[in-house]
Design a protein around this ligand. Structure first.
Ligand code: NAI
Length: 333
């Protein structure tokens, strides 16, 4: 079975080649992301393996089906970039990695909080310049602060446990109640209004879909505490970037830690340091000393990469053998 990797990086190749020692798939790697223009590269492939910024819209899926690709293996959990109706219509199976390391993402969200709060990014640069002064580096105790979590699924619940360990009050907004979070980790399930009005730190762990897009908009921000810290390791589209920019300029949001960004596919995972940044919103966000942006790296741990590779190869193997697919994406996921 011949598998084409789109948006492939060195870290993907290393781990997939390693895990492939237990299988015998033939791999082809493409640097480019998959969209309707690049989908011709799939000619001769049986499967494509994609990531978060590949565009699996109707047109792309149609071309893939015409080139006889029968399965798309997402090496990620989120599937907001796929037209599932079109995939079904063209007879293309979609599999994903629903769980690879909730710890990786939850720990990255925590790293953003701690770094922003104690201004580690500023201190790091300062001492390298032999400036050992402390002015402007005052933070707060995280202990005792109220943390609002939107989406307490696999990642959000690990994050809640970490925040509980730091001594925080935890408010959760989710469609479903996780009893363990309530009984063991003192989480309180609340409506969005209460979460917005009481939280010192708000962390987003929802999937991106039609109900959650721009859950953080100007209206939501207006209901938040002044100086709130916003952390987004979910998906860029959860936050209206224009509203975020407005709130930072007007000092309504005190800190923002972003691992994802609405228009990230233009630049994330790429070295564009030789070019002019065309995205004015991103360029402005990067000027704030109280904003940290990472390039969708929350998942990037050795453990997560190994789990991604193992689960993806198992799905491809199941498909090849005609077995039922444990991690098939359907509209009910
Ligand atoms: P999950 O499916 O385990 O949890 C999502 C939670 O959100 C569930 O508890 C669900 O009930 C809740 N939810 C969904 N829609 C809702 C709505 N409309 N209102 C209220 N609650 C709702 O997903 P998991 O594994 O925790 O991942 C969450 C998201 O994190 C993924 O969808 C993905 O977009 C993002 N992610 C980001 C990564 C990164 O590297 N930055 C890596 C992995 C995931």
């Amino acid at each position: 079975m011949k598998v084409g990797f789109f948006d492939a990086h060195k870290f993907d190749k290393n781990v997939f080649e390693q895990v492939n020692k237990n299988y015998s798939f033939e791999f082809v790697y493409f640097d480019t992301t998959l969209d309707s223009r690049s989908s011709v590269l799939a000619s001769g492939l049986d499967a494509v393996c994609c990531f978060v910024n590949d565009h699996l819209d109707r047109e792309t899926l149609k071309i893939l089906s015409e080139t006889n690709v029968r399965i798309v293996a997402l090496r990620c959990a989120g599937f907001n970039n796929i037209d599932l109706d079109a995939a079904k219509e063209f007879g293309i199976k979609i599999v994903r990695v629903p769980k690879y390391s909730p710890f990786a993402v939850a720990e990255h969200a925590t790293a953003l909080i701690l770094c922003l709060n104690r201004k580690i990014h500023k201190a790091y640069n300062r001492v390298r310049d032999h400036n050992f002064s402390l002015d402007g580096l005052v933070g707060h105790d995280i202990n005792g602060k109220t943390v609002g979590i939107l989406g307490a699924g696999q990642i959000g619940s690990v994050f809640a446990k970490i925040m509980n360990g730091l001594g925080c009050e935890i408010l959760v907004y989710d469609k479903y109640v996780n009893d363990e979070l309530v009984s063991k980790y003192s989480c309180k399930y609340v409506k969005l209004d209460e979460l917005f009005s009481k939280s010192d730190i708000i962390s987003l762990h929802l999937p991106l879909n039609k109900d959650t897009v721009h859950v953080i908009d100007k209206d939501a921000i207006a209901r938040m505490k002044n100086n709130v810290m916003l952390i987004n390791t979910g998906r860029g589209g959860l936050v209206d970037s224009g509203a975020l920019l407005w709130a930072l300029k007007n000092e309504k949001i005190g800190h923002a830690g972003l691992d994802v960004y609405e228009e990230e596919e233009e630049v994330f995972f790429k070295d564009v340091s030789d070019y002019t940044l065309k995205d004015d919103c991103l360029a402005r966000l990067l000027t704030f000393p109280n904003v940290i942006i990472t390039s969708h790296q929350a998942f990037l741990t050795c453990e997560a990469l190994e789990n991604i590779a193992k689960t993806t190869m198992k799905s491809l193997d199941q498909f090849q053998k005609g077995e039922s697919l444990n991690n098939e994406v359907t509209k009910s996921n």
